[in-house]
Design a protein. Sequence first.
Length: 426
Amino acid sequence: MNHNITLCKDINQFLNPLAVLHRLKTGKGIAPPYYLHIYQGCTEIGFGAKAQLKCLNGEKTENHKWVHALRQLCDQAADENSKAFGYIAFDACHSTQGFSPDKNTCFPLVQFFIPEHRIRIKNDALEYNGPDAHLLEDIVRTPISPRDFEIPRFSHCAEFSEDAFMRAVARAKQRFSYDLNKVVLSRYIGFDYDGDLPELFNAYCLNQIYSDAILMDFGQVGAAIASPELLLQSDSGIITANPLAGTRAAGKNASENSLAEKLLLCDRKELAEHVLGLAQVFAELEPFCETDTLAIKKFLNISYQSNLMHLSSELKGCLKKDAHCVDAMLALFPGTMVSGVSKTEAIRCIRDIEPFPRGLYAGAAGWASGRDCRFSLIIRSLCKYGSRLFVQAGAGILAESDPVRENQEVNLKMSAMLAALGCAGS
């Protein structure tokens, strides 16, 4: 059953996504799993699992079994005019159990659910799909205040240090060969945190430039994500991918940005990093596209985030009629721009050199419904496991990489997240 309400433009607080979610949490007492997803000018909130999938939580299973189960859930969602929302953590590519970077918390590497209740916010309207005829009226009446989104106190508890990261970069450079041209290494900072995710989403994500902003809470694990990178979208048979690689700090004004763009476009290392990854994305997607339809529509554009810029390219093609969008997404997983080239060797290198699990970081989050889907990389994200919060970022390493410069890139990517937490100097 659908229920619709259109609100006046001057009642902005009713259309604030976090205000709507807060009213649901306080007025309706919603519990995990739930999500809030902002993309392409609209917001969706889903909660109440009518069907749910949890995989790779310590059980021994073959990949094709959980992939088949995910396809089935996505097809069920389409039959019910709904979506299956969830995540696939990076370590699903090689493990059967998810762990936080400090190995303190375990969690399923794959989780999806079909929400019983879905709210869509777009064009000054709230649209509801679900069984509660009075839900919209109830949440509009629930008051909120700025204090509802204050971040509680937290304290530093763990990290993979800058020195350790630079040593890892030096080790990776010794591994390069014909089969390994690029590897993405990361580091993390962990905090004890007893707060909720909406506060993080408000402090960080809503102040960023993103492709997708996602708040997802599955209980033991969750994240506030301001992802700049679309892994894959399938919309009415048209698939789109938007790989990003090649990074430079943004300037303080238009003149500085113009100079930085020119320097980025002339940087051999950054160009090579981007083109290597782009070629692999093309090769991974091509088998799922109708013959001669996959093409690079945008090449080496500049994409801005709050304090940095990336080289950005876009691929589009027509999904084969007998192909499933989940299979096309998994062909790209884990994303080349967060793993490396070749992907198999890069993952092996990451496992050898990074002495910690990646957890959610560098995985994918989003939804699928039949042949349609939208998944973004879990980067520029604040990931929560139990009562600990992790800030994590990485950099693409090539043979000519300078460990100090790669560490500076990681610091740049972390800086906006740490600033939102009030610890820019960490």
